[in-house]
Write a protein that binds this ligand. Structure first.
Ligand code: HMG
Ligand code: MG
Length: 294
């Protein structure tokens, strides 16, 4: 069976933009977020409080939060890797954060400058303090289906890392296919390795064109939160061969066809992605945007 309703976790302003080499003006980012809210998206991952030299595109996180007109019924989570990031996020009035761990040793090192074990020590005080402050904490796990340096990643490894993050007190675990290599059978194996799907989300990049198939596999397993980025923007600057996320428009088109509710106005979303593509100076990689915006 399929769920009746899916929550779309829109990551365009964060995952979508973090890999753009030319820095997008904060005013454009704010308009992007406003337009995404207008289109009916209820979770807008807004930015990251990471080291500004690691992700220069998101070095304006304080400015962005200061200019953001937060709406009732819309959550604006931000990425936070460590206590310094949490200090900054709390000072900016953030209510939802996401920590981001790695399933592999190599990527923990490349993305967080930590060993696989050290990443837990970095996250633990962040989650504890955030929960004490009443914040909602999501946890990502990257490289759940394959790693550019280590190759195959076993479901057991993902379940082990994911369970440790959930046990810290995170409310949700997002399973990341950072480099877009997963296929649906693998999705079933990884999702099925967890005791429940109620606190799981999926986060597919579309490098090999499998993101929608993988999403459908996850929905059939009972997952009801799906990450995607408007127009298919995206990629991770610290992962070789990571391209854009699953496009939100492609996801919405499929959900419409399946009769699964999502609350998004597709026309408004396509217009937003076409507008953003103009700002970035190149066409959206989303097939649905290209089909409908033309
Ligand atoms: P580090 O160099 O080990 O940091 O980086 P440190 O703890 O040694 O601190 C060094 C200096 O940085 C200190 O300053 C800190 O204060 C400062 P000093 O005392 O020397 O003057 N510092 C900070 N400044 C501002 N904000 C901070 C911060 N932290 C330390 N938060 C660190 C460790 C985690 C900070 C670094 O590796 C980092 O920022 N990494 C982030 C990388 C990133 O953002 N990657 C993309 C997001 S993950 C992703 O895209 C995957 C995902 O989409 C899912 C998927 O697709 O799989 C989520
Ligand atoms: Mg990602």
């Amino acid at each position: 069976g399929l769920p009746e309703r899916v929550t779309i976790w829109e990551v365009g302003a964060r995952d979508g933009l973090q890999n753009e080499s030319s820095v997008v003006d904060v005013a454009v980012k704010l308009e992007f977020l406003d337009r995404l809210a207008d289109a009916g998206l209820s979770v807008l991952e807004a930015t990251s409080f990471v080291h500004p030299q690691w992700v220069p595109q998101l070095a304006d996180a304080e400015q962005l939060l200061a200019g953001l007109k937060q709406r009732d019924g819309v959550a604006y989570p931000v990425l936070v890797p460590n206590e310094r990031g949490l200090d900054r996020a709390l000072a900016a009035g953030v209510r939802h954060i996401a920590i981001f761990g790695s399933a592999t040793e190599t990527f923990a090192n490349k993305n967080l400058n930590r060993t696989l074990d050290e990443q837990f020590a970095m996250f633990e005080p962040v989650v504890a303090r955030a929960r004490k402050e009443g914040l909602d904490v999501r946890a990502y796990v990257s490289m759940c289906f394959g790693d550019p340096w280590e190759g195959h990643v076993s479901p057991a490894q993902v379940v082990s890392v994911g369970t440790r993050l959930l046990d810290m007190g995170c409310s949700q675990l997002s399973l990341g296919d950072t480099i877009g290599v997963a296929t649906p059978g693998q999705v079933e194996a990884v999702v099925g390795g967890f005791p429940t799907v109620d606190n799981l989300a999926v986060h597919f990049h579309d490098t090999y064109g499998q993101a929608l198939s993988n999403t459908l596999a996850a929905l059939r397993c009972g997952v009801t939160t799906v990450d995607s980025s408007a127009g298919g923007l995206g990629g991770c600057p610290y992962a070789e061969s990571a391209t854009g996320n699953l496009a939100t428009e492609d996801l919405v088109w499929m959900l419409d066809g399946l009769g699964v509710e999502h609350g998004v106005d597709l026309d408004a979303l396509v217009a937003t992605s076409a507008w953003m593509a103009e700002r970035l100076g190149r066409p959206s990689p989303s097939r649905v945007v290209r089909a409908l915006a033309g």
